[in-house]
Write a protein that binds this ligand. Structure first.
Ligand SMILES: NC(=O)C1=CN([C@@H]2O[C@H](COP(=O)(O)OP(=O)(O)OC[C@H]3O[C@@H](n4cnc5c(N)ncnc54)[C@H](O)[C@@H]3O)[C@@H](O)[C@H]2O)C=CC1
Ligand SMILES: O=C(CO)COP(=O)(O)O
Length: 356
């Protein structure tokens, strides 16, 4: 029997718990109960978020108005939440995952399998480290990923969408993850390319920041399409330069071009970057994030910083004008209008390298 714990309970974490809970009840090979670890906080009413979730079956802060399923149990105690679980779903903002893994080391079942829904990466001395790899290293477990064109609020309302599971060796684990997540409105397929799937989900957030700048400056659809095209090229080039095994075909799965499109149209990164540009860069991303997202977290600005660290340490800045501009603008070193001042020479270089 498989026992599932969801580590994280934000907007997407709550929807993931809902998807999983409807399947664990339906399928005999899974325990019905789904534990969901909650980073505890007090609500304005003075009540604890965990208590309210367990009382109302709703995450009133991060996914209001949606029932999670009666078999979802919110737990503020991380160690207790993973006790006995052999399927661990990681879905927190990427900046918190390292600390969470440190707390979990030695506390999980040796035969557990992991899956990361986290879009982001860490940069170590040796270069970029993907979150799935960090989980594997710190916890000693195999870790797949699930990414896709998945704006959480839309899936919460059971509107049809697709997602991609990326796996490396363990196909049977990947099949089990597909079974756990698939519903008539959430169609999941698996591809053997963890790094490719995860890099798509990670890097598109930096492109979405650029798309938001273009929207905020009211530059129109053609400009936005150009940004998305150049962004996709840089995503592919960066992925293949850092991880040569990444497959071209992965960029045509839901995790690739489809996620890039949906995030550039309707995501939180786009929305806050739009406000940043409308304010002429005078209000910081941190300030706008806190005001506009009320506890939800942006990943694109941090990702652009992490990508920039890799590019500058490897001498690749000139090959990635869009990623470089997103970082320079989001840190206030260039005005938002610089997003389209990508030199012809650099663009030609990007095209040359990504066709290799
Ligand atoms: N929301 C969406 O539409 C989608 C999000 N994702 C990805 O899922 C991951 C998680 O995002 P969401 O579930 O949307 O979260 P969120 O951005 O809605 O919420 C933030 C979460 O972080 C928690 N938190 C705050 N401080 C913390 C700390 N110090 N330690 C641990 N947790 C802390 C909060 O309690 C909350 O659960 C991200 O990597 C995101 O890119 C992926 C697909 C869709
Ligand atoms: O990853 C997402 C959609 O697949 C959500 O993107 P945002 O974090 O920009 O909302």
């Amino acid at each position: 029997m498989y026992k599932v714990t969801v580590i994280g309970s934000g907007n997407w974490g709550s929807v993931a718990a809902k998807l999983i809970a409807c399947n664990t009840v339906r399928l005999d090979s899974f325990h019905d109960e789904v534990r969901m670890w909650v980073f505890e906080e007090k609500l304005p009413s003075g009540e604890k978020l965990t208590d309210v979730i367990n009382k109302t079956n709703e995450n009133v802060k991060y996914l209001p108005g949606i029932k999670l399923g009666k078999n979802v149990v919110a737990d503020p105690d991380l160690e207790n939440a993973v006790k006995g679980a052999n399927m661990l779903v990681f879905v927190t903002p990427h900046q918190f995952v390292e600390g969470i893994c440190k707390r979990l080391a030695g506390k999980i079942r040796a035969d557990a399998e992991g899956i990361s829904l986290i879009k982001g990466m860490e940069v170590k001395k040796e270069g970029p480290s993907l979150i799935s790899n960090l989980i594997t290293k710190q916890l000693g477990i195999n870790c797949s990923v699930l990414m896709g064109a998945n704006i959480a609020n839309e899936i919460a309302m059971e509107k049809f969408s697709e997602a991609t599971v990326g796996y490396n060796q363990n196909k049977s684990a990947a099949d089990r993850w597909v079974q756990l997540f698939c519903t008539p409105y959430f169609n999941v397929t698996a591809v053997q390319d963890v790094e490719g799937v995860e890099l798509c989900g990670t890097l598109k957030n930096a492109v979405a920041i650029a798309a938001g700048f273009v929207d905020g400056l009211e530059m129109g659809n053609n400009t936005k399409a150009a940004i998305m095209r150049i962004g996709l090229k840089e995503m592919m080039t960066f992925s293949k330069m850092c991880f040569p095994s990444v497959k071209d075909s992965t960029f045509f799965e839901s995790c690739g071009v489809a996620d890039l499109i949906t995030t550039c149209m309707g995501g939180r990164n786009r929305k806050v970057a739009d406000a940043y540009a409308r304010n002429g860069g005078k209000r910081s991303f941190d300030e706008l994030e806190a005001e506009m997202l009320q506890g939800q977290k942006l990943q694109g600005v941090l990702t652009a910083k992490e990508v920039h660290e890799v590019l500058s340490s490897r001498g690749w800045l000139h090959i990635f004008p869009l990623f470089s501009a997103v970082h320079a603008i989001s840190t206030g070193r260039l005005p938002p209008s610089a997003i389209v001042k990508i030199s012809e020479e650099n663009l030609r270089h990007v095209q040359l390298v990504s066709s290799l």
